[in-house]
Design a protein around this ligand. Structure first.
Ligand code: PEP
Ligand code: MG
Length: 766
């Protein structure tokens, strides 16, 4: 067995010795080849355009250095880089991915072991050894090479091999104004100076002199980290929302996870320093979680990275955060991804109020925007960002390479675009836009306590959609009539385990307490499809939006639905309970779900619990088939809520999440108006109340059309409440009803322009 500690010690000597990056690489390959008893050791470094270039070799022909280049995915080296995983082969030449490069002279070598070199959690190179004999590499050898690759990551990032800007497209390097696109993950507009989030500290000492000392350092760092997390949770407690505190609580649990800490301890026993052991373990966990087919699990990789980076801060001292701009400037954070507690680090003094953040007055060194190369709606950091009202744009390709620290940046998350070095006229427009926005906010705030009544005296219910406790704060702030859609899956998605009935009960009770006397409609779980819970596995589906989701899951897993319904019944003790079922395609599904609710109701009565004062059970109309069963549905449902997001995607066979399709069909198409008008008429004839809770009603002109065809209640995201109340208070109902009736006979794709002109002509503010 080779001496791992000896290898590490030799690598350490090279690192500590004289010389620049290239000469260190040249010496390290000699050491590795000798210690691993291999004839070849080579280092490939990532260059622009996802290319790997041979930078140093022992054993291959020297002429190949800086000549041999492979694309990511090409050959065995490219495969290691593309997958980010080690690859060990007894006979490399037999592998289908093997490509022969004559300049290297590698035809005589058979066995191959390649591992990725990582930097900032990204593959920045590949380290490989080869031997003439057909040997099988042992796991400890693979691990050893991975550890050495981790050390090499520091040399490659050291800066004198390749520079970061090489990876950026040429036109992006200068301070030219440019516009980048992404995916809006939290609305709003922020203006500030770019700061790069670099979660990883530079580790200088990899090899520990005494494992006991390293164990001791680890233990004290873990203890310090726990105290600081406790402080964070404590601080959050006073002014934060429960869902945001939940995220931090789940961190404390990961931090206490013995398995994670034991693995770090094991790595120390192999001869690493505590910090190197943390990094190595995190690299392994990252590689494993990234492979997970479950998106929830793969998302959790950032939680581990966040904690590991905190632990490193305690081990190495000093914050991992990048340098801050001048204190009176707002920060726009740019990161590949970020964990929630890391995000809080940038929140700084927190002296700015949430209101300031929302309105974009961002003085002082406060976080006013977040740009991510990755990111998803269910990521914990995004939930925290929502709680802090920080606009977020995710999926901005190569953001770290295309935005430099210190660049002035505008984050327009409403339109999912970023302006870097914005032209003066663009900056001026955004600053003016922010001022106008603040004026509008002030006008909405004034109208907050006024009812949404049309000029001719008809009261329209304006309710709010919510999914987190943090959203409920807007209920009073914007003066909504109640919660027309509470999406119960969101609290499920942010937890690593399925919340048990008691936890759900507490959550729903908190929701009811927070909304007070106002009504709230709970929608049962709409998971499945792309919203996957970690708590169960299900196979890949070709069309997840039309797959095993929502009520289909609830009816196939009745225990799940029954627990949820029972939690709602208990939480609503003595109050009014309203529940609705999503994605119904047949009235029989409604009946089956209702039977489960009745069963739980009876069970609660038998248990002697306090029952809700009343119960109303509603059906969401989201699947067109249900439109053909209205008589049966309206004879059993207490109310109907139209989920236009899904209904329109199925009506037009048009994926609601596809950016290419987002402008293709307009909800203000006469087809949609006719379908909805027919539905409203039938509901009204059957005396069944109906609302719209899809995003369609958030735009005032769409809401005006919906009111024109007969809707008397809408439920919209919080930001839509003010504008919609304003529109309603200027509207003459009789006039719009007549006008919409004429539009319904049109064959146009969209009647939006006509409706907008009508609004302008009649003084309706849209
Ligand atoms: C809808 O489909 O319109 C709806 C409200 O449900 P969700 O957006 O949660 O699918
Ligand atoms: Mg839906």
């Amino acid at each position: 067995m080779f001496a791992f500690r000896q290898l590490l010690a030799k690598v350490r000597d090279v690192m500590a010795g004289e010389g620049d990056g290239p000469s260190r690489l040249a010496r390290i390959v000699v050491v590795i080849a000798a210690e691993l008893d291999a004839q070849v050791c080579s280092i490939y470094v990532r260059r622009a355009g996802e290319v790997l270039e041979l930078f140093a070799t022992e054993g291959l022909k020297r002429e190949a250095v800086h000549v041999t280049r492979l694309r990511f995915g090409e050959g065995l080296i490219g495969k290691v880089a593309a997958t980010g995983r080690p690859m060990a082969l007894a006979d490399a030449q037999k592998h289908p991915s093997f490509v022969y490069r004559p300049e290297t002279g590698e035809e005589i070598y058979h066995s191959f072991l390649g591992v990725p070199i990582l930097g900032y959690a990204r593959v920045i190179g590949v380290l490989a050894v080869q031997s003439v004999d057909r040997r099988t590499y042992r796991e400890d050898e693979v691990e050893a090479l991975q550890t050495v690759a981790m050390v090499l990551g520091q040399v490659v990032l050291g800066g004198d091999l390749v520079n970061r800007q090489e990876l950026a497209p040429a036109e992006d390097i200068a301070t030219m104004p440019r516009r980048l696109e992404g995916l809006g993950l939290n609305d709003g507009i922020g203006i500030g100076i770019a700061v790069h989030h670099r979660p990883w500290q530079t580790i200088r000492r990899f090899v520990g002199d005494d494992p006991q000392v390293e164990h001791g350092r680890l233990q004290s760092a873990v203890a310090e980290m726990r105290v600081s997390l406790d402080d964070l949770v404590g601080a959050a407690g006073a002014d934060a929302h429960d869902d945001y505190r939940d995220v931090l609580e789940s961190y404390r649990m990961i931090a206490a996870d013995a398995g994670w800490l034991r693995r770090i301890g094991d790595a120390i026993d192999t001869g690493l320093t505590a910090e190197a052991a943390v990094q190595k373990t995190t690299n392994e966990i990252r590689a494993r979680l990234r492979q997970a087919s479950d998106p929830y699990l793969s998302e959790r990789v950032h939680d581990f990275e966040d904690l590991a980076s905190r632990l490193l801060q305690h081990l190495l001292g000093g914050p991992a955060a990048g340098t801050m701009p001048a204190p009176d400037q707002g920060i726009v954070l740019v990161a590949r991804n970020i964990g929630p507690t890391e995000l809080l680090n940038y929140q700084g003094s927190r002296e700015g109020s949430r209101e300031d953040n929302r309105q974009g007055i961002r003085q002082g060194n406060r976080l006013c925007g977040l740009i991510l190369e990755e990111g998803s709606m269910t990521a914990h950091a995004i939930i925290v960002a929502r709680a802090l009202d920080v606009p977020v744009i995710g999926h901005v390709r190569d953001a770290l390479a295309r935005i430099d620290p210190g660049d002035p940046v505008i984050v327009d998350a409403d339109r999912a675009q970023v302006f870097v070095h914005p032209r003066d006229d663009i900056s001026a427009a955004f600053i003016a836009g922010q001022a106008a926005r603040m004026q509008r906010q002030a006008a909405y705030a004034k109208a907050r306590d006024l009812p949404a009544v049309t000029r001719d005296g008809v009261r329209i219910g304006v309710h709010m959609n919510a999914g987190l406790l943090v959203d409920l704060e807007h209920l009073e702030a914007y003066g909504a009539d109640g919660v027309g859609l509470y999406r119960t899956e969101i609290p499920f998605l942010v937890r690593s385990e399925m919340p048990v009935r008691d936890v759900q009960e507490q959550l729903y009770r908190r929701v009811m307490e927070q909304v007070g006397d106002k009504p709230v409609i709970f929608r049962t779980l709409d998971v499945g499809g792309d919203k996957v819970l970690s708590s169960w596995q299900h196979g890949d589906e070709e069309n997840p939006a039309m797959g095993w989701r929502a009520i289909r899951v609830g009816l196939d897993r009745p225990a799940l639905l029954r627990h949820q319904l029972s939690a709602m019944i208990r939480a609503a003790a003595g109050r009014d309970l309203a529940v609705m079922f999503p994605m119904l395609a047949h009235v029989e599904e409604f009946n089956a779900a209702r039977r489960l609710l009745d069963k739980e109701w009876r069970a609660e009565a038998e248990r002697g619990g306090t029952l809700p004062r009343s119960v109303r059970v509603g059906a969401m109309v989201e699947v067109p088939s249900l439109l053909f069963q209205l008589p049966a549905l309206l004879s059993v449902a207490d109310f109907v809520s139209v989920g236009t997001n899904d209904l329109l995607q199925f009506l037009f066979a048009c994926d609601r999440g596809s950016p290419q399709m987002s402008e293709r069909y307009d909800p203000l198409c006469p087809i949609v108006l006719n379908v909805l008008a027919d539905l409203v008429e039938k509901c009204s004839a059957a005396s069944v109340p109906i609302t719209v809770c899809g995003e369609m009603s958030v735009r005032p002109v769409d809401a005006m059309a919906l009111i024109g065809i007969g809707f008397r209640a809408l439920s919209v995201p919080p930001r839509g409440i003010g504008p919609i109340k304003m529109m309603i208070r200027n509207l003459n109902l009789a006039g719009v009803e007549d006008y919409v009736r004429t539009l319904r006979t049109s064959n146009e794709l969209s009647v939006r322009a006509s409706l907008a002109a009508f609004a302008r002509d009649h003084g309706v503010i849209i």
